[in-house]
Design a protein. Structure first.
Length: 175
């Protein structure tokens, strides 16, 4: 614990230099976050979002660590379309992702084991210290499959790697 004369020196130094204390910085962060939330949207319109093609496949981002326009940033939330007879990329991650199958039927290879799915099913990637590997496959050769994914946004606290690695092991075909 600093003594009274040490505290006075620190206060005098802060006043002279105009430096903020860490506590004051925290209050500024709070105020900026309040302003961001007040100006943000609480209803993300999926029809207004663009699809992107990336190594994991075709995806639409509703909530992402770099999207500041949503009221909350505590989730990573996206839609993924898998073309007829196609597959996603193969990925390694920590786990903790939940997929809701909206359309189509197919299967996911999770750590070498096959899990079949159809509309209204929920596929859960377990959280493992060494991570998990997964890849989705659309068994229907005529219609695309649509999956919605959600996971906690831990990027600011644990980083994207989340201690086990976040790797694209294989690209989605055609990407």
């Amino acid at each position: 614990m600093p003594r009274n004369h040490e505290v006075r020196k620190m206060i005098d130094h802060s006043k002279k230099t105009g430096e903020l204390t860490r506590y004051e910085e925290l209050l500024q962060l709070r105020d900026r976050e309040r302003e961001r939330i007040a100006a943000s949207t609480v209803c993300v319109k999926g029809a207004e979002l663009p699809w992107e093609i990336n190594p994991q496949g075709v995806m639409k981002w509703y909530m992402h660590p770099n999207i500041d326009s949503t009221a909350h940033k505590f989730l990573i939330f996206y839609g993924q379309e898998i073309p007829p007879g196609g597959c996603s990329g193969k990925q390694q991650c920590q786990g903790g992702v939940v997929f809701v199958i909206v359309e189509g039927s197919g299967y996911t290879i999770l750590d070498g084991e096959r899990y079949d799915w159809k509309p209204n099913d929920v596929l859960q990637l377990p959280i493992k210290p060494e991570g998990v590997t997964f890849q989705h496959f659309n068994a229907d050769t005529k219609k695309p499959a649509l999956l919605i994914a959600a996971e906690p946004n831990l990027v600011a606290t644990t980083g994207v790697d989340r201690a086990c690695g976040f790797e694209q092991l294989e690209k989605s075909p055609g990407v």
